[in-house]
Design a binder for this molecule. Structure first.
Ligand SMILES: Cc1ncc(COP(=O)(O)O)c(C=O)c1O
Length: 344
């Protein structure tokens, strides 16, 4: 199967070798040397004092909310952000905070967009505690938040005493796209969650970075959520290789996303929603063909291609390490054929 999800990436041979030889200890007592090394490396790459290894991006985001926002407070997030849309309502169900969502056309929260949503001090209102942005933004099609926008958000959060969290599951894609260091994007925030799986292709795990004091609180939240692992160095070893070897090559994934967008631009029945992808996402609307996204995705599957349906008519393709130039050409041909078939 050709998988156009970056969540399908498999570990490299170098990762498997590192996993085989990893030195381990009990990370619940912070004594796994490989986890400790990954956390030190992650903190430095992200421009923060400390970091903690997390099993998933979802737990990382939820731990950040628990660590930074009190019960009954409000967390400002983009309406289509992963933390609001795809994390099982954890911020409400577990952290007891209120999401206050902002609708945007491109997934990017700027200081100007956030400012009107901040609560004034008044006993009637929940208190705003946190602003959570997503870089790159998944549902908006891999859009990026740049360094000046981060500076604006930092100034706004400082002015109002708010915690600024970045869901940076794909922040390395944003950094490569913008030609800056991940630390330039993550450093201005109070916390950042990054995935070592997905584009960086470690089999599992992520990091949550921030001040030592914040990370200590996140460590307690991770424990509460059942995410403290014992000999986790076996998987952390792959994360070290991911950070060392996985970032620069993301530019290739971005070029291939552009090629897919270009290749589909002239196919009738398809409207490319991201004609100039800046990272590794391509969104297409199949409405002009008369098909639904579910129908096209099912047909693609029959031809050996997996992609994500966003009903009613949007399909998402994400490039990654295991998608090469031949796969891009194959996708364009297969999708062109599938879309040309009459709707069932
Ligand atoms: C933007 C974003 N944040 C967080 C996550 C959650 O990561 P995980 O699947 O590791 O829980 C994802 C997963 O796709 C994501 O796209």
């Amino acid at each position: 199967m050709l998988n156009f999800y970056d969540t399908s990436t498999e570990p490299t041979q170098a990762m498997l070798d590192a996993m085989t030889h990893a030195k381990v200890g009990d990370d619940v007592y912070h004594s796994d040397p490989t986890v400790n090394e990954l956390e030190r490396l992650g903190a430095s790459v992200l421009g923060h004092e400390d970091a903690i290894f997390m099993p998933t991006g979802t737990m990382s985001n939820l731990s950040a909310v628990i660590a930074a926002a009190g019960r009954g407070t409000e967390v400002i997030a983009e309406a289509d952000s992963h933390i609001v849309y795809y994390e099982a309502g954890g911020m409400a169900a577990v952290a007891s905070v209120m999401p206050r969502t902002i609708v945007t056309d491109d997934g990017v929260l700027t200081a100007e967009r956030v400012e009107p949503y901040l609560r004034k001090p008044d006993n009637h209102y929940p208190q705003t505690a946190m602003v959570c942005i997503e870089n790159t933004h998944n549902r908006a099609g891999g859009t990026v938040t740049d360094v000046p926008t981060m500076a604006g958000l930092r100034a706004l959060c400082d002015e109002h005493g708010l915690h600024l969290h970045v869901d940076g599951a794909r922040i390395f894609n944003a950094a490569v796209s913008l030609g800056v260091r991940a630390a330039d994007l993550a450093g201005p925030a109070d916390s950042v969650s990054v995935c070592l799986s997905k584009g960086l292709s470690a089999p599992v795990g992520g990091l949550l970075a921030g001040s030592a004091e914040f990370v200590a609180r996140a460590r307690r939240a991770r424990k509460l959520l059942g995410g403290s692992m014992r000999q986790a160095g076996v998987v952390a070893a792959a994360g070290i290789v991911a950070l060392q070897t996985g970032i620069d090559r993301l530019a290739e994934d971005h070029q291939r996303a552009r090629r897919i967008a270009d290749g589909l631009a002239s196919v009738s029945g398809i409207r490319v929603l991201t004609p100039k992808p800046v990272t590794n996402f391509v969104l297409v609307d199949v409405a002009p063909s008369g098909h639904t996204a579910d129908e096209v995705v099912a047909s693609l599957e029959g031809h050996g291609v997996n992609a994500s349906s966003r009903p009613p008519t949007t399909i998402r393709f994400v490039t990654h390490r295991q998608v090469d130039d031949d796969d891009v050409a194959a996708l364009i041909k297969i999708l062109t054929d599938v879309i040309g078939e009459p709707p069932t």
